[in-house]
Structures are given as structure tokens and as C-alpha cells.
Write a protein that binds this ligand. Structure first.
Ligand SMILES: [Zn+2]
Length: 263
């Protein structure tokens, strides 16, 4: 069973000595971390289908007889489930890179993006650092990070990439020393219009960043506190892009079962 706060959907949950759980964010105490959902399975399937087709909340509400409260709850739970459905540890050849989300959606030049003020939380925060790892077999792992220094980046790499793998990165100092930790490190120089013939690139990840930024921009404003859920959603969609709609629908329905109880 996945742990999730039934009140605020936070996934940081403490286990109490008496077997119950407490949400680290809203401090709600509960015995069953699943959400109670009053909906039929058939209706839930339809909601998932509309969600996969990226229809807006208003369109879904006009098509399915469901309260707005319940719909928003299900959409949040879907995003939580997708965010926690992390791909298996990568091996082989991977690409790593960081980017920033928020504020201007345009890609900053490398020298500019690294000299931005440290990301702060809350209002007035222009940028959020994101770190990504792409397995050349096709899957992406990505998460929000506090800064782009070596400690943050390399601890993620060690967790998500098997030792002995080949890592392609740019020349940012945050990646220096990763070879000493059991990886083959290949550096990529950022050069525009350079025809790449030797696999020496991080184009896969740059493609994913483009996809992510287009999707987030199309959503309009997203609250910073919910950004991790949208990141999880688009990582999941990208990683499952080869499944057809029916397959994705069944997959999500199965994922969701860990988080809900009917009735
Ligand atoms: Zn909570």
C-alpha cells in the first residue's frame, strides 16, 4: 500500500507507534492512508480516459456526471500515483541534465541559467530547478531539486543509475567527480548546429525538457506547490507514450487502486 494523506494528498507520511499514520504536512492522523472515493469503477474509467486525452476540468464536468470536488480529488490522486510510479533503476547509457521551470519558459543560455539566484520557495519565486536522467532505451526520471550543486545531482544519479553505466552530461561542475563513483563519464560540449555522429550528446533529455515546457506552458499558471505533481504526470506520460489509450487507461486504473477504496 502506498502512503498518502487522505486530507491533503501529501506523500510524506510518518508511521506512528500505534500503527496509525500522520501526515508530515497537515498533521492529520489516520489509520488508512487510502482515499475514500464514492464513484463506480465504470465512471472512474471514463474520468481516466478524459484525463489521458488532456481534456480540461470543465469539459470533463460537462461530459461526466460527477461533482467538481470529486473530479479534482481523482485528478490529484492520478497525478500522485503517476509521480510515485518511478521507472526502474537505469543501466547502459544515460543522459543527465538540469533545467529551470517557471517564469520565462524560454531556455536560457547555459551561462545565464547557472547564475540565477538560488530558488526560494513560495511567492515571487521565478525559477524551480529540475534534474533529469534519460535512459537511452527511452525512459525519463525527473525530480525537483533545491539547487544544481554536485551533492544534489550526484545523489540522484547514484540512486537511479546502476554503477558501470555510461553517463553523458555537459561540462557543469555539478557532474565533476561522478567517474570516481563508479560510472563512465562522457562530456558533451554545447555547440549549436553541430552534427552529432558519435552518440556524444544529451539530445534525448533536451527533447524531454522541450516536451515538458510546452505542456506546462499550455496549462497556464501552475502553483509551485503542485509543480511536482505535474512533473510526475508528464514524466509518466512520456515514459508510457508507446502504450495506446486503452492500455494507459488500464495501467492507471491499476495504479490508482493502491490509493483509493470505493464506497
Ligand atoms: Zn496531509
Amino acid at each position: 500500500m502506498k502512503r498518502i494523506c487522505p486530507k491533503c494528498s501529501c506523500t510524506k507520511i510518518w508511521s506512528l507507534k500505534d500503527g496509525r499514520f500522520r501526515c508530515a504536512k497537515c498533521r492529520q492522523t489516520f489509520s488508512d492512508p487510502r482515499h475514500r472515493i464514492s464513484i463506480t469503477k465504470a465512471k472512474l474509467r471514463r474520468v481516466i480516459q478524459e484525463f489521458l486525452l488532456e481534456h480540461s476540468t470543465n469539459i470533463i464536468l460537462s461530459r461526466i456526471d460527477i461533482s467538481k470536488y470529486m473530479l479534482l480529488k481523482i485528478l490529484t490522486l492520478l497525478r500522485v500515483a503517476m509521480t510515485q510510479d518511478i521507472p526502474e533503476v537505469f543501466e547502459g547509457t544515460v543522459e543527465v541534465d538540469e533545467t529551470y521551470l517557471g517564469g520565462q519558459w524560454k531556455n536560457k543560455r547555459l551561462t545565464v541559467k547557472r547564475n540565477l539566484p538560488k530558488a526560494k520557495r513560495g511567492r515571487g519565486t521565478p525559477k524551480q530547478a529540475v534534474f533529469g536522467i534519460l535512459c537511452r532505451k527511452g525512459s525519463v526520471w525527473a525530480d525537483l531539486i533545491d539547487n544544481v550543486e554536485a551533492k544534489q545531482l550526484q545523489s540522484r544519479i547514484i540512486k537511479q543509475v546502476k554503477k558501470g553505466s555510461t553517463i553523458f552530461s555537459d561540462t557543469w561542475r555539478g557532474y565533476t567527480g561522478i567517474a570516481a563513483k563508479g560510472y563512465v563519464h562522457r562530456l558533451v560540449k554545447h555547440t549549436k548546429d553541430n552534427f552529432v555522429t558519435n552518440g556524444n550528446h544529451i539530445n534525448g533529455l533536451e527533447g524531454f525538457w522541450g516536451y515538458l515546457k510546452r505542456k506546462l506552458a499550455a496549462k497556464g499558471g501552475i502553483r509551485q506547490s503542485r509543480l511536482h505533481l505535474y512533473l510526475g504526470e508528464y514524466v509518466w506520460r512520456y515514459n508510457h507514450r508507446h502504450l495506446n489509450l486503452k492500455e494507459q487507461q488500464s495501467y492507471l486504473l491499476k495504479l490508482l487502486k493502491k490509493y483509493i477504496r470505493y464506497g
